[in-house]
Design a protein around this ligand. Sequence first.
Ligand code: 13P
Ligand code: SF4
Length: 324
Amino acid sequence: MFTTAIAQREKTQPGELPLDLFTAIESLKKELNAVILAHYYQEPDIQDIADFIGDSLQLAKAAQKTSADAIVFAGVHFMAETAKILNPDKLVLLPDLNAGCSLADSCPPEEFAAFKAAHPDHLVVSYINCSAEIKAMSDIICTSSNAVKIVEQIPKEQPIIFAPDRNLGRYVMEQTGRDLLLWQGSCVVHETFSEKKIVELKIVHPQAEAIAHPECETSVLRHASFIGSTAALLKHCQNSNAKEFIVATEPGIIHQMQKLAPQKRFIPAPPMNNCACNECPFMRLNTLEKLYWAMKNRTPEITMSEDIRLAALRPMQRMLEMSV
Ligand code: 13P
Ligand code: SF4
C-alpha cells in the first residue's frame, strides 16, 4: 500500500492550486456529483467544507444512504474502506492513502486468523477501526457508539472475541459485565493521555467536567464523568450544565464543540510529553489541498477484491441492523 500511496501522491499534485480552494472544491463537487464526508478529527477547514461530519457510525450510515456518484472521504483508510464496502459501484476517494490507523495496524490479518482459529467457539465482534480483511473474518462490527448495545444483544452464554481495541473492549466488559476475549490492540493517540496531567488540570479547573473517548486507558477513563464516541461527547457538551470541559480525545473535535457551544470552554487533555501527539498523525495527513487534488484527478481511489468486500459487508450489515 505504501509504494502505491507515494506513486498516487505524486500523480495527484501536478499543477497550480486555485486561489480559492473552497470555491474550486464546491465546483468539483458538482462536476463529480460528489458528497464530502468528514470525521470530527479532520482539520477545521475540511470540517467546514464537508457535507456531513460525524463519528464512525454516523459516517457509515451517511455512506450507506448517499445518492451521490462519488464519496470523498475525509477521514482515515478504514473509514473510506467502509464506505466502499457499502458502495461498490461508487468512486470512493481518500485525499491521502497514507492516512491509516494505528489501531487497525495493530491487528494483522494472518495473526488474527490464527487467534480466531484457536477459539472456534467464539463469536467475533470487531471494532470498525480495522481493515476490510479483519471485517471479513468478523461476525459483527461495532463502533464506539454502539459497542455496548451490540454486545448486550448477544446471548450471555456465547463466548466473544473482541478486536482490535483492548481499551474499548475493557470498557465494554465493565459496562456489560461480560467476559470478552480481547485482542491486544490500541490507539497511539488515546494511549498518550496522561492521568497525572488530567488530575493536575482538574485541580486548576475545579468546575471543569472531564470527558473521554472509550479508546483511552482505564487510568484516564476513571477521571471522566462522561465517556462516549466523538458524536456522544459533542452532544454531551451541548446538553451538560458545565461551562468548562477537559476533553480526552483527539482535539480536532473541539472545532465542532466550540461552534455548537460557543459560550463554553474546551481544554484539550494533555499528552504525556510536551508534544502534539494527542493529534492523530493519520487523520492530519488529509489537507484541503489534497482533498482538492483528489477530486480534480479522481485519485487516490479505494479499491478491494469483491470476495473481501462481500465477506466484510455481512458483519457491517449486521451492525447496521442491530443499531437502528
Ligand atoms: P468515533 O467512532 O468515536 O468517531 O471514533 C473514531 C476514532 O477513530 C476514534 O479514535
Ligand atoms: Fe486510529 Fe487512533 Fe487515529 Fe482514531 S485517533 S484514527 S483510532 S490512530
